[in-house]
Design a protein. Structure first.
Ligand code: NAG
Length: 267
């Protein structure tokens, strides 16, 4: 049976009402937090982590849709689901995924691809504001006028935090490269091989536990743009004009001044 999906207004309502509690969240010793700016590889990392934790057992990773296996901490959905394993279990946002990995995995994706991906996501998301034209969105993203605020502050903040806390800082572009190198090679490690296969973009796009096909159209209208759209590095080149690229680069230089954080815009 498919999990019950709350109406967005309901989600908002409980999140706002429980904000104090959400802010007071304290991780347990064996909790793992996956943190990202939107559209930077969240779903991908969730599936990889779950596959590792389940020792490459595909069936176990099918126990529920991904956004319920690893709930979002900032969305207080007390969702009642029947997931086929437990008759009835209450998924509580505060019982986060636990494992023996580093405390926090942060995934960062270059700003240009992130912007393009976010634009398409916002076009089909029925719960975020209309993104407007690409030209308008381009300006809004640079000005941080998007959900979750400026990309620049997000990545710089986490980059700094990694020196003080136990954070595994990953780049989407590296993950892409590594997964492509590993694919098709004759690995001794059968499990690793399986994880690489199962977490490829093509496979995940056709996995109903991942591709959001159970999310109603009133939340995500995938006829506008699929949730799993392209999953590549460098798609920004199909969107940025030469003038936009120049403008972006100048602005980027200013906003990213003083940080040692560097991104690859292509691989
Ligand atoms: C999700 O996966 C299912 C099963 O493979 C497939 O039928 C469906 O078209 C996919 N949905 C999207 C939006 O890609």
């Amino acid at each position: 049976p498919l999990p019950y999906w709350p109406e967005f207004s309901e989600v908002l309502f409980t999140t706002v009402n429980n904000w104090d509690q959400i802010q007071k969240f304290k991780a347990k010793d064996d909790d793992l937090l996956i943190c990202t700016y939107p559209k930077s590889g969240t779903t991908w990392t969730q599936e990889i982590v779950d596959m590792i934790e389940q020792n490459g057992d595909v069936e176990k990773c099918q126990r529920s849709v991904i956004h319920l296996r690893h709930p979002f901490i900032e969305c207080d959905w007390h969702i009642i689901v029947t997931d086929g394993y437990d008759n009835l279990c209450k998924i509580n946002i505060f019982s986060i995924y636990y494992t023996h990995f580093p405390k926090i995995i942060y995934v960062a994706r270059n700003a240009k691809d992130c912007m393009v991906s976010y634009y398409h996501f916002q076009r089909m998301s029925q719960t975020l504001p209309e993104p407007g034209t690409w030209e308008e969105y381009f300006e809004n993203f640079m000005n941080g006028k998007v959900s979750c605020g400026p990309w620049y502050d997000h990545v710089k903040g986490w980059w700094k935090a990694k020196d003080k806390h136990q954070i595994l800082f990953l780049f989407y572009e590296d993950m892409k490269e590594v997964s492509e190198e590993l694919r098709g090679t004759n690995l001794d490690e059968m499990i690793l091989d399986k994880i690489v296969q199962e977490t490829s973009f093509e496979k995940m796009k056709e996995n109903p536990m991942i591709n959001r096909s159970t999310v109603p159209k009133t939340i995500m209208d995938q006829s506008i743009s699929p949730f799993m759209r392209k999953g590549i590095v460098g798609d920004w080149k199909n969107h940025f004009t030469v003038a936009q690229n120049e403008k972006f680069n100048n602005d980027y230089k200013k906003k990213m001044e003083g940080t040692s954080l560097t991104f690859r815009m292509e691989i």
